[in-house]
Design a protein around this ligand. Structure first.
Ligand code: VGL
Ligand code: ZN
Length: 219
Protein backbone atom coordinates (compact mmCIF):
# COMPACT_ATOMS: atom_id res chain seq x y z
CA UNK A 1 0.00 0.00 0.00
CA UNK A 2 1.26 3.50 -0.82
CA UNK A 3 1.94 5.95 1.97
CA UNK A 4 -0.58 8.45 0.56
CA UNK A 5 -3.32 5.85 0.35
CA UNK A 6 -2.73 4.89 3.93
CA UNK A 7 -2.74 8.52 5.02
CA UNK A 8 -6.08 9.18 3.31
CA UNK A 9 -7.78 6.87 5.72
CA UNK A 10 -5.93 8.18 8.71
CA UNK A 11 -6.52 11.91 8.93
CA UNK A 12 -6.75 11.70 12.72
CA UNK A 13 -3.34 10.15 12.93
CA UNK A 14 -1.51 12.67 10.78
CA UNK A 15 -3.20 15.41 12.80
CA UNK A 16 -1.16 14.47 15.85
CA UNK A 17 1.73 16.97 16.03
CA UNK A 18 3.47 15.39 18.99
CA UNK A 19 3.73 11.96 17.46
CA UNK A 20 4.66 13.08 13.96
CA UNK A 21 7.53 15.15 15.33
CA UNK A 22 9.24 11.93 16.39
CA UNK A 23 8.53 9.96 13.26
CA UNK A 24 11.54 8.95 11.21
CA UNK A 25 11.30 9.15 7.47
CA UNK A 26 12.03 6.24 5.21
CA UNK A 27 11.35 2.57 5.20
CA UNK A 28 11.42 0.21 8.07
CA UNK A 29 12.74 -3.02 6.62
CA UNK A 30 11.49 -6.09 8.43
CA UNK A 31 14.01 -8.90 8.72
CA UNK A 32 13.96 -12.51 9.79
CA UNK A 33 14.96 -11.78 13.38
CA UNK A 34 12.01 -9.44 13.92
CA UNK A 35 8.69 -10.01 15.66
CA UNK A 36 5.69 -7.77 16.17
CA UNK A 37 4.24 -7.12 19.63
CA UNK A 38 0.71 -5.71 19.58
CA UNK A 39 -0.13 -4.40 23.03
CA UNK A 40 -3.63 -4.55 24.51
CA UNK A 41 -5.84 -3.52 21.58
CA UNK A 42 -8.92 -4.46 23.62
CA UNK A 43 -12.43 -3.01 23.69
CA UNK A 44 -12.10 -1.45 27.15
CA UNK A 45 -9.20 0.71 25.92
CA UNK A 46 -11.08 1.86 22.82
CA UNK A 47 -13.67 4.63 22.53
CA UNK A 48 -16.77 3.44 24.43
CA UNK A 49 -14.74 1.17 26.70
CA UNK A 50 -14.45 1.49 30.48
CA UNK A 51 -10.88 2.84 30.30
CA UNK A 52 -11.08 4.42 26.87
CA UNK A 53 -7.87 5.85 25.45
CA UNK A 54 -8.59 8.97 23.44
CA UNK A 55 -8.32 8.19 19.71
CA UNK A 56 -7.28 4.65 20.65
CA UNK A 57 -8.96 3.13 17.62
CA UNK A 58 -6.62 5.10 15.34
CA UNK A 59 -3.90 2.53 16.02
CA UNK A 60 -5.87 -0.27 14.38
CA UNK A 61 -5.31 0.46 10.65
CA UNK A 62 -1.61 1.05 11.23
CA UNK A 63 -1.24 -2.19 13.17
CA UNK A 64 -3.29 -4.14 10.62
CA UNK A 65 -0.98 -2.89 7.88
CA UNK A 66 2.14 -3.90 9.84
CA UNK A 67 0.65 -7.30 10.57
CA UNK A 68 0.00 -7.93 6.88
CA UNK A 69 3.63 -7.30 6.02
CA UNK A 70 4.89 -9.25 9.04
CA UNK A 71 2.66 -12.19 8.21
CA UNK A 72 3.85 -12.15 4.59
CA UNK A 73 7.38 -12.59 5.91
CA UNK A 74 6.21 -15.25 8.36
CA UNK A 75 7.37 -13.22 11.32
CA UNK A 76 5.82 -14.06 14.68
CA UNK A 77 3.05 -11.78 15.90
CA UNK A 78 2.40 -11.57 19.63
CA UNK A 79 -0.78 -9.96 20.92
CA UNK A 80 -0.78 -9.08 24.60
CA UNK A 81 -3.99 -8.63 26.50
CA UNK A 82 -4.90 -7.30 29.93
CA UNK A 83 -6.74 -10.21 31.52
CA UNK A 84 -7.82 -9.26 35.03
CA UNK A 85 -9.84 -11.12 37.65
CA UNK A 86 -12.91 -9.18 38.90
CA UNK A 87 -11.11 -8.34 42.17
CA UNK A 88 -7.90 -7.04 40.62
CA UNK A 89 -5.77 -4.71 42.75
CA UNK A 90 -5.56 -2.07 40.01
CA UNK A 91 -9.28 -1.28 40.28
CA UNK A 92 -10.33 1.80 42.29
CA UNK A 93 -12.60 -0.25 44.54
CA UNK A 94 -9.58 -2.31 45.58
CA UNK A 95 -7.38 0.71 46.22
CA UNK A 96 -5.96 0.96 42.71
CA UNK A 97 -5.96 3.65 40.04
CA UNK A 98 -8.31 2.39 37.36
CA UNK A 99 -11.99 1.75 36.77
CA UNK A 100 -12.80 -1.93 36.27
CA UNK A 101 -11.47 -2.99 32.90
CA UNK A 102 -10.48 -6.03 30.85
CA UNK A 103 -12.05 -8.60 33.14
CA UNK A 104 -11.09 -11.99 31.72
CA UNK A 105 -13.62 -13.30 29.20
CA UNK A 106 -15.79 -10.17 29.37
CA UNK A 107 -16.67 -8.24 26.18
CA UNK A 108 -14.39 -5.39 27.31
CA UNK A 109 -11.43 -7.75 27.35
CA UNK A 110 -11.98 -8.95 23.78
CA UNK A 111 -9.67 -7.68 21.09
CA UNK A 112 -11.01 -4.90 18.88
CA UNK A 113 -13.47 -6.29 16.40
CA UNK A 114 -11.67 -4.81 13.41
CA UNK A 115 -8.14 -5.84 14.28
CA UNK A 116 -7.12 -8.55 11.85
CA UNK A 117 -4.85 -10.97 13.66
CA UNK A 118 -3.53 -13.87 11.61
CA UNK A 119 -4.66 -17.36 12.64
CA UNK A 120 -1.28 -18.12 14.17
CA UNK A 121 -1.16 -14.99 16.37
CA UNK A 122 0.35 -15.80 19.76
CA UNK A 123 -1.81 -14.44 22.56
CA UNK A 124 -0.10 -13.42 25.79
CA UNK A 125 -2.39 -12.81 28.77
CA UNK A 126 -1.14 -10.71 31.68
CA UNK A 127 -2.45 -9.16 34.88
CA UNK A 128 -4.32 -12.34 35.81
CA UNK A 129 -3.00 -12.34 39.36
CA UNK A 130 -5.35 -10.37 41.68
CA UNK A 131 -2.50 -8.99 43.77
CA UNK A 132 -0.14 -7.80 41.06
CA UNK A 133 -0.28 -5.03 38.52
CA UNK A 134 1.32 -6.18 35.27
CA UNK A 135 1.61 -3.45 32.68
CA UNK A 136 4.31 -5.27 30.74
CA UNK A 137 3.64 -8.19 28.43
CA UNK A 138 6.83 -9.74 29.81
CA UNK A 139 5.70 -9.63 33.44
CA UNK A 140 4.55 -12.97 34.78
CA UNK A 141 4.48 -14.48 31.26
CA UNK A 142 6.79 -16.61 29.13
CA UNK A 143 7.04 -13.98 26.40
CA UNK A 144 10.80 -13.52 26.85
CA UNK A 145 11.44 -17.28 26.60
CA UNK A 146 9.21 -17.61 23.56
CA UNK A 147 10.90 -14.73 21.77
CA UNK A 148 14.43 -15.86 22.55
CA UNK A 149 13.63 -19.48 21.62
CA UNK A 150 12.71 -18.25 18.14
CA UNK A 151 15.97 -16.34 17.73
CA UNK A 152 14.17 -13.00 17.64
CA UNK A 153 16.49 -10.04 18.16
CA UNK A 154 14.22 -7.10 17.52
CA UNK A 155 10.61 -6.38 18.37
CA UNK A 156 8.37 -3.88 16.61
CA UNK A 157 5.85 -2.50 19.11
CA UNK A 158 2.49 -0.77 18.83
CA UNK A 159 -0.76 -0.67 20.79
CA UNK A 160 -2.29 0.77 23.94
CA UNK A 161 -1.50 2.59 26.02
CA UNK A 162 1.72 4.50 25.33
CA UNK A 163 2.23 5.60 28.94
CA UNK A 164 1.46 2.26 30.65
CA UNK A 165 1.50 -1.08 28.91
CA UNK A 166 3.45 0.00 25.82
CA UNK A 167 5.99 1.83 28.01
CA UNK A 168 6.57 -1.10 30.35
CA UNK A 169 6.59 -3.68 27.56
CA UNK A 170 9.27 -1.67 25.74
CA UNK A 171 11.31 -1.24 28.94
CA UNK A 172 11.24 -4.99 29.53
CA UNK A 173 12.05 -5.82 25.91
CA UNK A 174 15.15 -3.63 26.17
CA UNK A 175 16.04 -5.17 29.54
CA UNK A 176 15.75 -8.58 27.84
CA UNK A 177 18.43 -7.57 25.31
CA UNK A 178 16.03 -7.02 22.44
CA UNK A 179 16.24 -4.11 20.04
CA UNK A 180 12.99 -2.19 19.90
CA UNK A 181 11.25 -0.18 17.23
CA UNK A 182 8.33 1.82 18.58
CA UNK A 183 5.69 2.60 15.96
CA UNK A 184 4.67 6.14 16.84
CA UNK A 185 1.51 6.13 14.73
CA UNK A 186 0.42 2.84 16.23
CA UNK A 187 0.29 4.02 19.87
CA UNK A 188 -1.97 6.31 21.91
CA UNK A 189 -1.69 7.49 25.50
CA UNK A 190 -4.03 7.63 28.50
CA UNK A 191 -2.46 10.99 29.45
CA UNK A 192 -3.78 10.92 33.01
CA UNK A 193 -1.45 13.89 33.47
CA UNK A 194 -1.07 15.97 30.31
CA UNK A 195 2.17 15.11 28.53
CA UNK A 196 2.49 11.59 29.96
CA UNK A 197 2.46 10.00 26.52
CA UNK A 198 5.07 12.37 25.19
CA UNK A 199 7.30 11.80 28.22
CA UNK A 200 6.87 8.05 27.82
CA UNK A 201 8.08 8.22 24.20
CA UNK A 202 11.11 10.28 25.25
CA UNK A 203 11.90 7.86 28.03
CA UNK A 204 11.70 4.82 25.75
CA UNK A 205 14.02 6.55 23.28
CA UNK A 206 16.47 7.44 26.04
CA UNK A 207 16.65 3.79 27.00
CA UNK A 208 17.45 2.84 23.41
CA UNK A 209 14.18 2.31 21.57
CA UNK A 210 14.17 3.51 17.99
CA UNK A 211 11.06 5.15 16.64
CA UNK A 212 9.39 4.84 13.28
CA UNK A 213 6.01 6.15 12.22
CA UNK A 214 4.97 2.70 10.99
CA UNK A 215 3.34 4.10 7.86
CA UNK A 216 5.95 2.85 5.44
CA UNK A 217 7.25 -0.63 5.86
CA UNK A 218 9.35 -1.99 3.07
CA UNK A 219 8.69 -5.39 1.58
C1 VGL B 1 -3.28 -0.44 30.80
C2 VGL B 1 -4.01 0.85 32.55
C3 VGL B 1 -4.43 -0.27 33.22
C4 VGL B 1 -2.65 -0.50 29.45
C5 VGL B 1 -3.69 -1.57 31.46
O1 VGL B 1 -2.93 -1.47 28.68
O2 VGL B 1 -1.87 0.43 29.11
N1 VGL B 1 -3.43 0.75 31.35
N2 VGL B 1 -4.27 -1.47 32.66
ZN1 ZN C 1 -5.16 -3.24 33.50
Amino acid sequence: MKRRDLLKGMAAISASPILTSYALEGNLVLGKHDALIVVDVQNDFLPGGSLAVSDGDAVIPVINHCMQLSAAKRLPIYATRDWHPADHCSFVENGGTWPKHCIADSPGAQFAENITFPDDVIIVSKGADSDKEAYSGFQGTDLSDQIHAKGIRRVIVGGLATDYCVLNTVYDALANDLDVVLLTHAIRAVDLHPGDGDRAIKSMMERGAEVHDGLILAD
